[in-house]
Design a protein around this ligand. Structure first.
Ligand code: DGL
Length: 264
């Protein structure tokens, strides 16, 4: 199975596009909703929680794990990859994001919106400028967007006000490409496009993860051959299951049935 880890529901939006593009595999998803959001948490905590989640996915049959969570990919991925070594593969989302961004920008002025943890880590500017050192990256932390989406208020007037406030400084920097560097922001994509206007290209995780995973599996037949080829999706959450199923169905765009798990 392919394991997908997120701090909560947001990664289900990514899982949806992955299961649609690569329906031949079995999937296991874990959302650490009881301890989300990860965005405001210190590095050590994000790492410890992510490691527990990844351990759970490997123990429950994953042959490969994708960290859908940008905060976890920014703060914990490198350390976790070192801890597992070559034996167990854990992939993040930053490199595919960086490659897609570098391909999209014409003016080489890019904006990134993400959680505080992701912005603080500097991971997006680092990875994007690795692909093209001439790209200028402007970041904006948007701490109030995750709680807003989790409250189901992505279409509210408050969402529009907050987006205008967060995006104004980026627009002032004359960006031509905007990275939605957080799982939850996919649900705000339409509103964000309205605020930034049609000329700015938006890069979402949903667009980049499925195709980069497909490429990765094509380049690594040794790993691909080990992955279960029985189409199925198992959902686990550390939080309240009723809430996870309700909100998760919005992110996954179809009803889901989840199982509870306590991580220690
Ligand atoms: N999954 C997180 C991310 O992509 C957003 C939610 C959180 O802060 O936990 O950064």
């Amino acid at each position: 199975m392919i394991g997908v880890f997120d701090s909560g529901f947001g990664g289900l939006h990514v899982l949806k596009s992955v299961t649609t593009r690569l329906p031949q595999y079995g999937y296991i998803y874990l959302g650490d909703s009881a301890r989300a959001p990860y965005g405001p948490r210190p590095f050590d905590e994000v790492h410890a929680f992510t490691k527990q989640g990844v351990d759970f996915l490997f123990e429950h049959g994953a042959q490969l794990v994708v960290l859908a969570c940008n905060t976890a990919s920014s703060e914990a991925l490198r350390k976790i990859q070192t801890q597992y070594g070559e034996a167990k593969k854990v992939l993040g989302v930053l490199i595919p994001f960086a490659e897609a961004t570098a391909r999209a920008t014409k003016t080489k002025r890019v904006g990134v919106i993400a959680t505080e943890g992701t912005v603080r880590s500097g991971s997006f500017p680092r990875e994007i400028t690795k692909v093209d050192p001439e790209i200028e990256v402007v970041q904006q932390a948007c701490p109030l967007l995750v709680p807003l989406v989790e409250a189901g208020e992505q279409d509210s007037a408050q969402a529009e006000r907050l987006l205008e406030e967060y995006l104004r400084p980026l627009l002032a920097q004359k960006i031509d490409t905007l990275v939605l560097g957080c799982t939850h922001y996919g649900l705000l994509e339409r509103k964000i496009q309205e605020v930034v206007g049609p000329k700015i290209e938006i890069i979402t995780e949903r667009d980049v993860v499925a195709s980069s995973l497909k490429d990765y599996l094509a380049r690594h037949p040794d790993i691909e051959s080990k992955i279960t080829k029985e189409p199925s999706v198992r959902f686990f959450s550390t939080g309240d299951i009723e809430r996870f199923e309700k909100l998760g169905s919005i992110f996954f765009e179809s009803p889901i049935r989840a199982e509870h798990v306590d991580l220690l």
